[in-house]
Design a protein around this ligand. Structure first.
Ligand code: ADP
Ligand code: ZN
Ligand code: ZN
Length: 653
């Protein structure tokens, strides 16, 4: 008979730890290797268990990996909150919060950091910057959420740098979250430049081993600052004194695989648990955050101008009905790009659609190829030649003969970034054209390499997707062209307009941050839209107020809270049956939450499977209660149906 029984968190859809037999007592937070079904997995011990009733089926721990716990109580507390709030399996969440090498059972490596360069800023802080810094400083060692709402280019990063400086001086650590890998590079360079301390960096563009070293450096209190993307949120920081969330409105903070947590929302929870201040920064805050600031729950700090009288860019609409775009570009846009280049400046052409062309069509009979696995049209790509479905990743060879009428007249309709790159290279042969989208940046460090000439200030034209919209501070970039602004306004999702307005403002904000006044041209077929009128005012509060009014009218968030239950299976009947049962159970609770559906998902057939959904609207606490009463069914396969629960969904897909 074994001497001890221990509880172990294992990966997978287990809402409770499993019990194993062990020859020795194992501390909570220590990694162990255990059998699970026919596999052997790495789990985390979570304490001693009572003697189980079914003794004969109990399996034994295979090996113990760590000498001491690698999970701090603070780390565990954050995971517990997330598991509770998102109704996710706590063990799975805990394990996925560790860097890959630790999750795989590798030994804890030595910590590694980079040392700051201790340079002083080349300028004086503005009064607004100083006020913002003082306000946060006053709340040291207390929980307070701040919204640093500053127009693009107003010097938010400098505020971060100074706040980091002060926090380190108090002997504390800082966590700085950034939305995307592309953004991390420049942010790291800028923070490291002035940093008087040690820096660790964590994001998916960094090798697993290096990431683990950053994790250890943070956990041991050696790193003074940790800069990272979404998953860095869970990194243990024993002396944490401040959390900074850059571009807080960004969708990249929402995890879209596994537990659908929002790193921004959990960062606020973490700050509360640690009793420290947190600063959310954005030129275009999410409506959720903006409303909290209006209500006075978050303290708003404003940076209303660019330092040194650098003006905001001028924004102008191009009526694409009159100045008809040729190869994606209107005459006015071509002239503006030419002007920029001739004046030793750079231009950015923005199109949020990768590939060559969104549609291939037979001009004789109108046939358009579809994706075999989705209700979607594959995008034509030229590098390499393929019809590529962006929803399921299925690629097929492009057709050259129409299968319906045997015609050879197949036409690529519309533009993607590849095609725009081609047109720009034709029209501006004297300068390099640099395309930045998911396809050109898939390799590690590809993004940094691609944009290096832009940072160096060489004359060039940048063309790309939303990867270019954010954060970057390109000194020589004076002109921005948004080639297809109609896409964003026609979105069906309740957040479409918000996301579109944020994207436009952010892209526009890349223009003219130094030197010449920036110029932004927006090509649209709908120049009369009232949303354009609001966006052109460049007054985000005005815009936010209008958007919030609309949300309140239709009871969408932040007026209400949402949870989205998605179910999928190879045929549609079991999906609707399973969702119908859940809908019935929730309605039978007689609580004032509203249940919408079951309904087909916006794209019903995706990746060979049928998708249906159920939307639950109401007060946050009531939704939580209803989900707990009827669950847990998320993460579990019920018969043929897979469920996915998304609390506070980012969109309704
Ligand atoms: P944001 O993050 O708000 O978009 P940045 O922090 O990138 O803005 O600042 C924009 C530019 O202004 C940067 O090149 C930065 O070095 C510069 N800057 C920041 N603060 C000041 C200041 N007080 N005086 C002069 N220049 C500043
Ligand atoms: Zn045809
Ligand atoms: Zn597909």
């Amino acid at each position: 008979m074994p001497r001890f029984f221990i509880k172990v968190f294992v990966p997978g859809p287990f809402f409770e730890p499993l019990t194993y037999a062990s020859e020795a007592l194992i501390d909570a937070g220590v990694r162990v290797q255990v059998p699970l079904g026919s596999r052997e997995v790495i789990g985390i011990c979570t304490g001693e268990s009572e003697t189980p009733e079914t003794l004969d089926t109990i399996k034994s721990v295979i090996s113990v990996i760590d000498d001491e716990s690698i999970i701090s109580p603070q780390h565990q507390a954050l995971i517990d909150f997330a598991a509770h709030y998102y109704l996710a399996p706590p063990g799975d969440l805990l394990l996925s919060s560790l860097p890959t090498t630790l999750r795989k059972g590798k030994p804890v490596p030595r910590p590694k950091t980079e040392t700051g360069h201790k340079n002083s800023p080349a300028y004086q802080l503005t009064t607004e910057q100083q006020d913002a810094i003082d306000a946060v400083d006053q709340k040291a060692n207390q929980f307070q959420c701040f919204l640093l709402q500053g127009v693009t280019g107003s010097g938010k990063t400098q505020v971060f740098s100074e706040l980091i400086h002060r926090t380190i001086k108090r002997g504390q650590q800082v966590l700085l979250l950034v939305p995307e890998i592309g953004l991390t590079g420049q942010m790291v360079t800028r923070i490291q430049d002035q940093l008087d301390g040690e820096l660790a960096v964590s994001h998916s563009g960094i090798a697993d081993g290096a990431r683990t070293k950053a994790f250890v450096a943070s956990a041991k209190g050696i790193a003074d600052v940790l800069i990272g993307t979404r998953s860095a949120l869970f990194t243990p920081l024993p002396k944490l004194g401040l959390i900074l969330v850059d571009e807080e409105h960004d969708g990249a903070y929402k995890n879209q695989e596994g537990c659908r947590y929002s790193a921004r929302d959990l960062a606020i929870v973490r700050a509360k648990q640690a009793s420290i201040p947190i600063v959310l920064s954005s030129a275009t805050p999410s409506l959720e955050t903006w409303q909290q600031a209006e209500l006075g729950k978050y303290q708003r700090l404003r940076l209303s101008a660019r330092p040194g009288q650098q003006p905001q860019p001028t924004i102008r609409l191009i009526d694409a009905r009159h100045d008809k775009p040729k190869n994606g570009l209107s005459e006015a846009a071509r002239r503006a790009i030419r002007h920029a280049i001739d004046h030793d400046q750079q231009a950015l052409v923005f199109l949020n659609r990768r590939g060559y062309s969104p549609v291939l069509m037979c001009t004789d009979c109108g046939w358009i190829p579809g994706c075999r696995h989705c209700d979607a049209k594959p995008t034509l790509h030229r590098q390499p030649d393929s019809l590529w479905c962006h929803h399921c990743d299925h690629r097929q060879r492009p057709v050259s003969v129409c299968p319906e009428c045997s015609s050879l007249n197949l036409l690529a309709v519309g533009h993607g970034t590849e095609r725009l790159e081609e047109a720009l290279a034709d029209g501006f042969p004297d300068v390099p054209v640099i395309r930045v989208d998911r396809d050109t940046t898939a390799r590690r460090r590809a993004f940094e390499q691609l944009i290096q000439p832009v940072i160096d200030g060489q004359p060039c034209i940048l063309v790309g997707t939303q990867m270019l919209a954010k954060g970057h501070d390109f000194q020589k970039l004076s002109t921005v062209v948004v080639t297809d602004a109609d896409q964003g306004l026609s979105g069906a999702d309740f957040r479409s307009v918000e996301h579109f307005a944020q994207l436009l403002t952010q892209v526009a904000g890349r223009a003219g941050r130094h030197g010449a006044t920036g110029q932004v041209l927006i090509q649209t077929h709908r120049p009369d839209s009232e949303w354009f009128e609001r966006i052109l005012k460049q007054d985000y509060d005005h815009l936010a107020r209008a958007m919030l009014g609309e949300r309140q009218q239709f009871h969408w968030p932040p007026e209400s809270h949402l949870a989205l239950i998605t179910a999928r299976a190879t045929t549609s009947a079991p999906v609707f049956e399973a969702l119908g049962t859940i809908a019935h159970q929730i309605r039978a609770l007689n609580s004032p939450v509203r249940v919408l559906g079951p309904a087909p998902a916006p794209m019903e057939r995706r990746n060979r499977q049928y998708h249906g959904q159920l939307l639950i609207l109401g007060k946050r606490s009531l939704i939580q209660w209803a989900l707990k009463e009827t669950g847990p069914w998320a993460y579990k396969k019920q018969g043929k149906v897979m469920f996915q629960l998304d609390v506070d969904p980012w969109d309704l897909w």
